[in-house]
Design a protein around this ligand. Structure first.
Ligand code: ADP
Ligand code: MG
Length: 883
């Protein structure tokens, strides 16, 4: 039970705190920000949470109870900053304001919840990452049918789909994770299901809503003429009934938090998951599409490597395209065609890039108009962006590509809006309307008059005093202003005899008397009235202009869509040129043929010259590459680069290779060896096998499989057996023959190529020099049975004594295997160079060696190996210091 709930049960609770507690009850899972004077205060548990999270001082307040209640507060004018920090930590906030003037209130001031703020419905654009969308996702379920509705409040993008799930299907999970939404809305009925549990496990922000939210729209905040059909596509099919439920929940949530339905919501786009290349969440992480696996950094991801966009809108769309690569070759080709044109026209492309860089984030500006948070400078930004549209049209037309001409035709320059803003908004205005100077002169006669009253007053006063001086002969008469007495004429005592009778006495001081006149009084009223009026008139005019600008939201949104597409396509062209990519050719028959392919990210990090390019040949007859080679040779890199190339090809991008032929891939599955995804905390053999089972159940003959070191997570014999059996299954006559890359350290598998014609052996070459090796990273036909474990250890800097001993153990092992006794001896016989001396350091040495022998290299990840190595080195150093 929360503290405020138990307080509510106590009769001695003060009336105000009772009001607080009752309000909180309605929004129990929100932090309640309660307006008290100039502060927003939090009490009880909320206060403790916020004080801790934001490092604020925790104080207390008398609430009529025996003890003061915890309290912590934030000044009202700085509250947005605190709110954004709390949202970033995943909290939901309810803002409770005073809804009557405290000065006029009888008794307790009336207060109401005026805003609910959550991560998924946040509209403060300044606090939202501009490089990605901030989605709100609602999900609905009945039996194996799921509906999904997806909305971004800052842009109005609105999507929905329906998924029918099979038993082992992770499609829904993947789709939900894919959005990386600010917030997920699930019906309460799903709360205890495995799906919800696994979403919770990866710390997604989930809200469970009562079922009623999925059944009808809450009318409280709906405009009376609202028609849901206006938002939906022309025909919503019966197969989309569950999506409909999710849409309702989504809109109800927006209504609840925003108290209105924003006018910039775009028409719903219904999509089918099967229209896109699917990559499961684990593979997406493994392939480091958006962040690196371990450090979750953008630098080092595929998106980082290929991004040549010039606008935040473009970057967001590029990310969306990478999340949903296409399957339809026609669609892919139409993107490719534009990239070709832009690639071939260097000058026009650079001009486009320049222009795109100057356009403001009109997608989010349109959202600000819709959300009612638009500020004066935002209007200037809209205007500046619109003014660039004719230049865009001109460049696009000059390229004489029908696809681009099409785009150009749909761009809206909206000259009336440009004119309106040009005439109304001052180019040097601030965002603070109270400060004035927002509206340009000559836009409104009333405003001009009010301003002139204010600015002309000084001249008028100067002239007035001069006239009075002349009239009365009082040479040292002054004009002044006081808050209590208003404007006055000041006359020294010596000159009082010259004061005419129409002067009205106001105030007597030691040496002077102060007077006003009827004329002065009239002027004074005019000025004081003008100042307050000035603000309201300027605000009113700004609102009028804003509302006028708002009528074209749809046009800004269309411009935003076109310009972001253009940005992504020019980014592809620019990257193709800068990094020397080629245009993938899509073919009908199953294949994946690459010449001199590279890894987009590593190539960028290491430099083109330092990366060894490799070929790949997969087709219907030879759909399986078995890749052998020592650790660190480049097996994983090779397989990942091929997956990345397929992805790039299917978003319409060019790819890092000299030639590329492929048929579309419908799903990419990666099973990266247990050792290689420590970052995800998944290292058990069980998980490895679960994922393998998932792949086998869900792959189709168009899928791409990246299987890296299958079986590594268990002992040698059963690991080999499982890897063997999987290879057989994927190559049997009944197999689906999905294109597969299979890296293994089980050299025994090389033999399988003799049995299955579909298997091609490849190996990564290594140069042997004296007693060392060099990795060439070059993939060649044929297998290898060399694993060079000891050489790799040597390269890693393992002490010579250890690698020599390892070599002799290896020999011993070799003999045992030869004699068919696969028991690894405990190495009891004295070692070759062992000094027989039972000293403490000898004991330590023995311990060290014993530890070394315990290591099972096959069970070690590279990271573990490094740690182990470090331990060993430290131990050796310690030994040395003992001597
Ligand atoms: P494996 O999977 O065979 O153990 P990795 O693919 O993890 O090897 O590669 C090990 C390291 O070798 C990579 O981190 C990279 O630095 C380098 N490397 C791999 N492939 C290449 C290549 N084609 N050209 C240059 N360096 C490479
Ligand atoms: Mg590897």
């Amino acid at each position: 039970m929360k503290q405020y709930q138990s307080a509510l049960a106590k009769p001695e609770l003060s009336p105000m705190m009772r009001q607080y507690c009752l309000t909180h009850q309605e929004y129990d899972d929100y932090l309640l920000l309660y307006r008290l004077g100039d502060f927003y205060e939090l009490f009880f548990d909320d206060a403790e949470i916020v004080a801790r999270e934001l490092e604020l001082v925790l104080t207390g307040r008398d609430a009529g109870l025996s003890e003061r209640v915890p309290m912590c507060g934030m000044p009202h004018h700085a509250v947005d900053n605190y709110i954004n920090r709390l949202l970033a930590k995943g909290y939901k906030l309810a803002v409770c304001d005073q809804v009557e003037d405290p000065a006029l209130a009888k008794g307790l001031v009336k207060r109401e919840i005026t805003r609910l703020i959550t991560t998924g419905t946040q509209t403060d654009v300044s606090a939202i990452d501009k490089a990605s969308n901030n989605w709100l996702v609602a999900c609905y379920q009945q039996k194996n049918y799921y509906g999904l509705a997806v909305l971004e409040l800052v842009s109005g993008q609105f999507l929905a789909c329906q998924i029918n799930l099979g038993l082992t299907d992770k499609t829904l999970f993947n789709e939900l994770v894919n959005y990386q939404a600010g917030e997920y809305l699930l019906p309460c009925s799903m709360q205890n299901q495995p799906l919800a549990k696994s979403l919770e496990q990866i710390n997604l922000n989930i809200n469970y809503l009562p079922e009623t939210n999925y059944q009808s729209l809450d009318k409280t905040y709906l405009p009376f003429d609202f028609k849901l059909e206006d938002l939906l596509p022309d025909k919503l099919e019966s197969t989309q009934a569950l999506a409909y439920g999710a849409i309702l929940a989504l809109l109800n949530y927006v209504l609840k938090t925003q108290h209105s339905l924003p006018s910039h919501l775009q028409k719903l786009q219904f999509y089918r998951i099967s229209d896109y290349l699917q990559i499961d969440a684990a593979s997406q992480a493994n392939l480091e599409l958006f962040t690196t696996l371990r450090e979750k950094k953008k630098k080092g991801s595929l998106l980082w490597a290929i991004d040549q966009t010039k606008s935040a809108m473009g970057l967001r769309l590029l990310k969306q395209w990478l999340e949903k690569p296409l399957l339809d070759v026609k669609e892919i080709k139409s993107r490719q065609n534009i990239v070709q044109t832009l690639l071939a026209n260097y000058r026009e492309r650079q001009n486009l890039r320049d222009l795109i860089g100057q356009v403001y984030d009109i997608e989010r500006l349109a959202g600000k108009l819709g959300n009612g948070t638009v500020l004066p400078r935002d209007l200037l930004a809209i205007k500046d962006s619109l003014e660039l549209i004719p230049a865009f049209k001109q460049i696009l037309a000059s390229l004489a590509d029908p696809n681009l001409t099409n785009l150009a035709e749909n761009l809206q320059p909206l000259p009336e809006i440009v004119d309106l803003i040009n005439q109304s908004i001052a180019p040097d205005c601030t965002n603070i309307i109270k400060d004035g100077g927002i509206i340009k002169p000559k836009f409104s006669a009333e405003l001009d008059h009010l301003r002139s009253v204010k600015t002309d007053s000084q001249t008028w006063f100067d002239a007035y005093v001069q006239a009075e001086k002349d009239k009365t002969g009082i040479k040292n008469m002054k004009i002044g202003y006081s808050r209590i007495h208003g404007y006055f004429l000041e006359v020294s005592k010596l000159n009082l005899n010259l004061v005419p009778d129409y002067y009205i006495r106001r105030q007597t001081l030691v040496n002077n008397e102060r007077f006003t006149t009827k004329e002065l009084k009239v002027r004074e009223n005019e000025i004081l009235g003008a100042e307050t009026k000035l603000y309201s008139v300027e605000l009113e005019l700004f609102n009028q202009v804003r509302d006028q600008v708002k009528t074209e939201i749809k046009a800004y949104q269309l411009n935003a869509q076109i310009l972001s597409q253009l940005d992504v396509l020019q980014s592809f062209a620019e990257q193709a040129e800068q990094a020397d990519y080629c245009c993938p050719e899509f073919v009908e028959t199953k294949c994946l043929n690459l010449k001199a392919a590279r890894h987009a990210v590593l190539e960028k990090l290491a430099g083109r010259a330092n990366f060894v390019a490799n070929d790949c040949e997969l087709d219907a007859d030879n759909h399986f590459i078995l890749l052998t080679g020592p650790n660190m040779a480049g097996k994983s890199t090779y397989m990942r680069q091929i997956a990345l190339i397929c992805l790039l090809a299917q978003i319409g991008s060019f790819v890092p290779a000299t030639s590329c032929q492929l048929s579309p891939v419908d799903q990419i599955f990666t099973r990266i060896g247990a050792s290689d995804d420590l970052g995800l905390g998944k290292s058990t053999f069980m998980v490895e096998m679960q994922e393998m089972a998932y792949i086998l159940h869900n792959m189709t003959h168009n899928s791409l499989l990246i299987l890296d070191e299958i079986g590594r997570g268990t002992g040698t014999a059963d690991g080999l057996s499982i890897a063997w059996a999987i290879c057989e299954a994927l190559n049997s006559d009944a197999a689906l023959k999905a294109r597969t890359l299979f890296a293994t350290h089980y050299h025994e598998l090389i033999k399988l190529a003799k049995q299955f014609k579909s298997i091609r052996n490849y190996h990564v070459t290594v140069a042997e020099t004296n007693d060392s090796i060099t990795f060439l990273h070059k993939i060649k036909a044929g297998g290898t049975d060399q694993s060079y474990g000891v050489e790799v250890a040597k390269l890693a800097g393992l002490p010579k004594s250890i690698t020599e001993r390892a070599n002799s153990i290896m020999e011993e092992l070799g003999k045992q295997i030869y004699q068919n006794k696969l028991t690894i001896s405990k190495c009891e016989q004295p070692m070759a160079n062992q000094v027989q001396l039972f000293s403490p350091e000898q004991a330590k040495k023995d311990e060290l060696l014993a530890n070394l022998q315990k290591i099972d290299i096959n069970q070690l990840s590279p990271l573990d190996a490094l740690h182990k190595l470090n331990d060993l080195v430290q131990a050796t150093r310690k030994l040395n210091s003992l001597n």
